[in-house]
Design a protein around this ligand. Sequence first.
Ligand SMILES: C[S@@+](CC[C@H](N)C(=O)[O-])C[C@H]1O[C@@H](n2cnc3c(N)ncnc32)[C@H](O)[C@@H]1O
Length: 360
Amino acid sequence: MDNLKIIKGIINSKLFGKPFTSKFYVTRKCNLRCGMCGVWKHTESKEMNLEEIKISAKKMKKLGICYVVITGGEPLLRKDIVEIVNIFSNLGMSTRLQTNGLLLTEEKLNKLIKAGLNDITISIDTLDNKKQDEICGIKSLNMSDKALSTLKLVSKKMPKSMTIANIVFSHKNIDEIIKLIKVLDSLDVWPTFCPVSLAEESSNQLFKAKADCFSFTKKDLDKMEKIFKEIFKLKKQGYKISLSSEYLKQSLNYIKTKNKKWKCDAGKLYFVIFPRGQFSLCDDVETKYNILDKDFVEKYKSKKFKNFMKHSRNKCEGCIYGIFRETSELINSPLVLFDRFLTIFRVKKRDFLKNKLFKN
Ligand SMILES: C[S@@+](CC[C@H](N)C(=O)[O-])C[C@H]1O[C@@H](n2cnc3c(N)ncnc32)[C@H](O)[C@@H]1O
């Protein structure tokens, strides 16, 4: 993570109300078929080309975006992913690639680093290969081992980065979440986890597949307080848990009550760009606007557009997506910023003591 760019971005958002981050979908195609995910189910295949991505990136820069998460579908399916990273990086934005890691060879990683990639997030939900393959919907991949070895490679090749392992927290992995956090921490990786979002009916939404087998059972719910207590304890001890205490509390509350209403800043502090350039307030609230529209920047800054976004936010039923909640908290709440600094301090202290112990 480019800390300077991030701090500058936080100041710009706080003082001048500029958007801070954007999720940038380069494709909806995926090489996996995860049961809880709806992204790969979209059949639309048209994607922006490099020239169009360059135009979009320049507009995002103009609006004030300092941190871009390049995602999909599976972004490494794009043959021109290195060039895409380079476009954002050349414009001075901090870049993170969110991937399942299946196509991330050492050679590809070297090229991405050379293109200016700052950080990588890799998905992993369990240490059990059979279970991970079941979640990913493809047999005999040994996906858990693959994700772990890719995380090791990334953490070795990008020692100054914040490598994240994204865990979808659900019935499938509730009994190993603590072990998973500890194993990932030992690889110098920051585990983050988000409670699974599910739909009650079959739906067209990205992160809301109807997949009851992921739902927490009554028995799971009984264990939840104890699990979160342990996570808070690990965070205090300096394990690499970047999720803020506030988000952890919100996650526990969401799991227990299903209440996902919150005061979000979608469109204002963050937005999503889909593969054809469609502008969306977040993963769920799409609009008819496109970042490639000639007058998009002026439109975005207009009072009418701000009112439209406010109206859309008010209508939304809410979500528990970490990237959005954490961004809002980070920029709106000094306590969450402090929590972030405290976590980094505790992690550094623990790493220092571990190294000293190891040397002795
Ligand atoms: C849709 S994937 C796209 C990027 C890339 N293919 C990957 O696997 O990381 C992004 C993340 O969303 C998570 N995800 C998918 N469905 C979800 C759901 N219903 N609730 C919460 N997270 C979900 C995935 O596990 C993954 O970590």
